[in-house]
Design a protein around this ligand. Structure first.
Ligand SMILES: *Cc1c(COP(=O)(O)O)cnc(C)c1O
Ligand code: SF4
Length: 338
């Protein structure tokens, strides 16, 4: 039980000790290059391998098709060019109003405070996004404040990224207090995969900051497979649920990882065990390098139909796609929709 070791380690240590060398990852999992489906793994400079040891601890040793491994291992198929798979599938570069602000939806906008993630997911639609040029500096707050105040429709701010929970509690607290100072802001959403990949991130101080905020807090975690949710991870998240924070999950439908109704049904039940509600099931964004995760529309229909049949309605995630320029995520069902 490898994960036992990590529970004793604070999250900062874990975040500074990620596995970034593919060879080390394979050795840890007792795998050889030859066992990998397509032989050689990819040497990557741009979107490097990055995975916390606690997450690797949830992978099955000796299994080259482990659904968690497939999400992080650089693959030479990423280099293939495919029509329609582009670097900025959502047109985010255009929606960037000012540093850190990505405002496409009416009542809410994304505030990106860091470009860093604890894990690099190979299918991520932001893998090519030029974050570093785009982050707000500490003294950008007056501009962001003014931007919000000029738009009374905004009642929610979504901390997104990168991953906002890679920031220190101190820095998070500064930004939360800033947002609390604006009466029009009622909801604070935090989109983060860190509690899944480094469950110790849910530390006492974080719980206290979120619990004591005037804002209604919604934490949206990102988990694609029930194996990501071991008992320790669930009990960490339950601490937040117990103090009234709404915890939701978004998943991405990924070929080879969770493109089966059984896997998705198990994920929903596992989330619910931990008090987390399934929220979105995203169809893959057509980002360059992620074609091998794409599931044909016909299969998506069959899978989702079976999910609907096998889960109570409250455990069915909404199947959605983000379409560039649309004012909301687009619900999908029926092959004719997409
Ligand atoms: C997904 C998303 C949101 C949040 O949308 P909800 O449907 O409220 O979860 C906000 N802004 C952008 C740009 C998004 O992609
Ligand atoms: S933004 Fe989310 S999906 Fe993308 S690499 Fe970071 S953690 Fe993974």
């Amino acid at each position: 039980m490898i994960n036992y070791l990590f529970q004793e380690q604070n999250w900062q240590t874990q975040l500074s000790d990620l596995i970034t060398d593919p060879q080390e990852l394979l050795e840890t999992l007792e795998l050889s290059q030859e066992q990998l489906l397509s032989g050689a793994i990819l040497a990557v400079d741009q979107f490097r391998l990055r995975v916390p040891r606690a997450f690797v601890g949830k992978m099955q040793k000796g299994n080259p098709l482990d659904p968690l491994l497939l999400q992080v291992l650089p693959h030479h198929l990423e280099l293939e060019e495919h029509a329609g798979f582009v670097t900025d599938p959502l047109g985010e570069e255009q929606a960037n109003q000012q540093p850190g602000v990505l405002h496409k939806y009416k009542s809410r906008f994304l505030l990106t405070l860091t470009g860093a993630c604890a894990i690099h997911c190979r299918y991520c639609f932001r893998r090519h996004f030029p974050y570093q040029e785009n982050l707000p500096k500490n003294d950008d707050w007056p501009n962001i404040k003014q931007y919000i105040e000029e738009q009374p429709d905004i009642n929610e701010v979504i901390l997104s990224g990168g991953d906002p929970l890679t920031l220190s509690n101190r820095k998070l607290k500064v930004w939360i207090e800033r947002l609390e100072s604006l009466p029009q802001i009622k909801f604070l959403r935090i989109h983060s995969r860190v509690p899944i990949v480094i469950p110790n991130r849910v530390d006492e101080e974080l719980v206290s900051i979120l619990k004591n905020s005037r804002l209604r807090i919604i934490l949206v975690v990102h988990s694609n497979h029930a194996s990501e949710l071991d008992d320790f991870t669930c009990s960490q998240l339950q601490q937040l649920v117990k103090c009234g924070i709404t915890v939701l999950n978004q998943a991405v439908l990924l070929k080879g990882v969770n493109d089966s109704a059984d896997v998705l049904v198990e994920l929903s039940y596992r989330l619910f065990d931990a008090g987390i509600m399934p929220y979105y099931l995203h169809v893959l964004d057509k980002v360059k390098g992620a074609h091998h995760f794409d599931t044909p529309a016909k299969n998506i229909d069959l899978i989702y139909k079976k999910v609907l049949e096998n889960l109570p309605g409250y455990l069915v995630p909404k199947l959605v796609r983000e379409i560039a320029g649309e004012k909301n995520k687009t619900p999908l069902f029926g092959a004719s929709t997409f």
